[in-house]
Design a protein around this ligand. Structure first.
Ligand code: E4P
Length: 218
């Protein structure tokens, strides 16, 4: 399972990398805004520490503008992937960039039909948002199951599913059970994944017993 860190904050990415978790990084304009840095500056620093795909999102709405931004992003480093919202203009840009061998990730996917269009346009990755669907009382993980099922019916679809808008460790577990290519997780979720109350009490008891062993020796 590929773990992408959902952040443009270099400290989050370093922390994840030390845990062996930064297979890639996803950013979006909100995350760039939170990092307080310029997009190019942030991405250039991230690619210095992450070898895998680093997703940088365009803000243009028209095909020409998206393609222009995409070409520029791709010139920053070999592992930069151009993240493009799933609109008709965006899908046309995906096709153009694909023909130029520039990698793309189609984002803001909320339906299977959008996922099919992204695959047909030649996207390398898609980012379906589970948390935002849960927020409106839909089941985000059902969308992932359906997309993975549809994609797996066709050998010619090579688009990989990166589960996005992950809000809980359970989203990560469910993604693994479904067999999604990867998940994009904020560092907060990584920390939650490591925690279990029985681990904490287990350590506490072992340490108490170890103190008794030392007391008996002395
Ligand atoms: C990643 O590709 C998305 O930009 C991100 O996961 C969105 O997460 P959010 O819905 O918590 O903002």
């Amino acid at each position: 399972m590929q773990i992408f860190i959902d952040s443009a904050d270099i400290n989050d990415i370093k922390e994840a990398k030390e845990l062996g978790l930064a297979d890639g990084v996803t950013t979006n304009p909100t995350l760039i805004m939170k990092s307080g840095r310029e997009l190019k500056e942030a991405i250039e620093d991230i690619v210095k520490i992450v070898d895998g795909p680093v997703l940088a999102e365009v803000v243009s709405q028209d095909t020409e503008g998206i393609v222009k931004e995409g070409r520029e992003f791709a010139s920053w480093a070999e592992n930069v992937v151009v993240k493009i919202p799933v609109t008709e203009e965006g899908l046309k840009a995906v096709k153009i960039l694909r023909d130029e061998k520039i990698k793309t990730a189609v984002t803001l996917i909320f339906s299977v039909s959008q996922a099919i269009l992204a695959a047909k346009a030649g996207a390398d990755f898609i980012c379906p948002f589970v948390g935002r669907l849960d927020d409106i009382s839909h089941n985000g993980m059902d969308l992932i199951s359906e997309i993975v099922s549809v994609y797996s019916n066709y050998a010619d679809i090579r688009t990989e599913v990166i589960v996005a808008s992950v809000r809980t460790p359970d989203h990560v577990i469910q993604s693994g059970l479904i067999g999604a290519f990867g998940v994009t997780v904020p560092i907060k979720i990584v920390r939650q994944m490591a925690k279990h109350p029985l681990t904490d009490t287990g350590i506490e008891r072992f340490l108490q017993d170890w103190e008794k062993v030392k007391a008996d020796i002395n």
